[in-house]
Design a protein. Structure first.
Length: 540
């Protein structure tokens, strides 16, 4: 690894941090402007470049490396989560506009800090591994590959606790460049992110080095083009014919949960959806999917509420996936409210299994560490919607319909690729996502959330019907192509031909295997470098 400097002054530290921060902003822009997707492939190069610059003399402290990485990830997450501000003025929570502005601004800043703090450990870890590789005399390639390994490991860690939300993953910003994300069918979304970070690492070293500039620039370009080429071929090659083709409709009632739903009579809400279901059936829909909690009723408590939907299902010969509530009773006599999806069959019967949302939104549907938060930040729990924690489901609870098995996901569930994977492994031939994004108005969150559904389709090779309360509703094919879409704030339905498919992608078979492979790679590189350094010292 070449020496790119001999001293590290305060001025150089400032420059290094500015380089890193610029990269973080560029990396976050695709989440704000979809046409800037290509920046996601080069922006991480700024972080790698900054870390190499910081350790140019081999004496960069781990604290300094952490600070350089933090300068990248903080603006990155500010860009990635800036749509939080669109929730203003939060009138539904019964708070003042000033309180709302303060809470949302604090929420955005806190989210950026919360995510940046753990992710910034990539800095010192990468510097440490790179230094060991250099000291051992191993090729620089080994150090560069460690960068994307670290990146996806930290993304995976986000899925393990409430602290991390796997919403701002690099591949989500690529949803409108479908050839770039088809490789998710091989090893999942994390594999796409690995390739993106690898391109950045190679590009960074191509800028640094002189002797091998063409080699590393060519390597970066080759990884990018091979990935795009694979995606283009996969999109072009026709798939085998499906076992069952059905006309599906994703119904969008456009009744906002911010205010309208709670100010309308239940009968009026019911009529809106019954009319839309009838209209969709007139257009040939055989399967109709409603959004998350579209009909605000506890159907398991009051089964008679099924009657009008069972009647229309039987009269029109259709299957309805009905979004409502499910009352979960605990052993101590208390109960919790869960968002559920019920299936209503063409013969008017209701499916035995109902899907209950498994992943709840922190500070949206429950308060993590509630006793601590109530003591330290009581204002957060004064918001009425957080007065009690929601209930959650425990399994995939597939809907066994006359057309085939359907795996439902509710809202936040769809950002966790393991949940869709579990449904498909349990036998789902079609995926559905019922969501309520009305809280975010017309913000970029709608498109980012849609992007996760696109990725779930590609990963598992399944068609997906996405019904959103106020948008965006869509029909997505098994390669992530949106075949029909209903924009935000529109009343109607998205209609299209969907297929019930039983074949598996490689990802369905191996899941997120790339994560243990990344751990193994880092372990082997470190041990190999350590042994080589010991041998060199013993010879001396």
């Amino acid at each position: 690894m070449e020496n790119i400097g001999t001293s590290f002054s305060k001025r150089k530290l400032r420059i290094t941090k500015l380089i890193s921060a610029a990269g973080g902003i560029l990396c976050g822009l695709p989440f704000m402007v979809k046409e800037l997707w290509f920046l996601g492939w080069i922006a991480s190069a700024f972080l790698v470049l900054a870390l190499f610059h910081a350790d140019s003399d081999g004496k960069c402290s781990m604290r300094r490396a952490y600070a350089v990485a933090y300068c990248f990830f903080y603006p990155f997450y500010l860009c990635g989560f800036y749509w939080i501000l669109y929730m203003y003025p939060m009138e539904y929570a019964g708070v003042t506009p000033l309180f709302s502005a303060c809470v949302l601004t604090f929420g955005l800043l806190a989210m950026a800090v919360l995510f940046s703090l753990p992710f910034s450990f990539i800095g010192p870890l990468f510097v440490y591994i790179s230094r060991k590789v250099r000291q051992s005399g191993m090729p620089v390639w080994f150090a560069l590959v460690s960068f994307p390994c670290l990146w996806i490991i930290f993304e995976w860690i986000q899925t393990l606790t409430w602290i991390g939300v796997p919403f701002v993953w690099l591949a989500v910003g690529q949803q409108y460049m479908l050839p770039a994300v088809q490789s998710a069918s091989l090893f999942g979304t994390l594999f796409v992110d690995f390739l993106m970070a690898l391109v950045g690492a190679f590009a960074a070293f191509a800028f640094i080095t002189k002797e091998k500039r063409r080699v590393f620039a060519s390597a970066a370009l080759a990884v990018f083009l091979l990935n795009i080429g694979f995606g283009a071929v996969r999109l072009f090659i026709p798939s085998s014919e499906a076992e069952n083709t059905v006309t599906a409709a994703a119904v969008q009632g456009n009744i906002s949960s911010i205010d309208e739903k709670w100010n309308m009579e239940y009968a009026d809400i019911k009529e809106v959806y019954l009319d839309l279901i009838n209209d969709a059936a007139d257009d040939g829909a055989e399967l109709v999917v409603l959004s998350e909690s579209a009909v605000p009723a506890y159907f398991n408590v009051n089964p008679s509420r099924f009657s009008p939907f069972a009647e229309i299902a039987e009269n029109r010969g259709i299957t309805i996936l009905l979004g409502g509530y499910y009352r979960i009773e605990h052993s101590d006599g208390s109960y919790a409210s869960g968002n559920a999806i019920y299936s209503v069959n063409p013969d008017g019967t209701v499916g035995e299994d109902q899907y209950i949302k498994r992943k709840l939104v922190p500070f949206g549907e429950y308060v993590p560490m509630r006793p601590f938060i109530e003591t330290v930040f009581p204002a957060l729990t004064e918001i009425s919607m957080l007065a009690s924690d929601g209930g959650r489901g425990e399994d995939s609870a597939l809907h066994d319909t006359v057309y085939g098995k359907i795996g439902s996901l509710v809202c936040y569930d769809s950002v966790y690729n393991t949940l869709a994977l579990e449904s498909v492994r349990d036998g789902a031939e079609l995926l559905s996502v019922s969501t309520d994004d009305s809280w975010f108005e017309r913000s970029p969150e709608l498109y980012l959330h849609l992007g996760h559904s696109v990725l779930r389709s590609i990963e598992n090779g399944r068609y997906l019907v996405r019904a959103a309360n106020t948008g965006i509703s869509a029909i997505i094919d098994h390669k992530g192509r949106v075949t029909d879409q209903l924009p935000a704030d529109a009343v109607g339905y998205s209609l299209g031909e969907i297929e019930f498919r039983s074949g598996n992608t490689l990802f369905t078979a191996v899941g997120n295997v790339i994560v243990p492979v990344a751990f193994l790679y880092l372990t082997v590189i470190y041990i190999s470098a350590f042994i080589r350094i010991l041998r060199t010292k013993n010879k001396v």
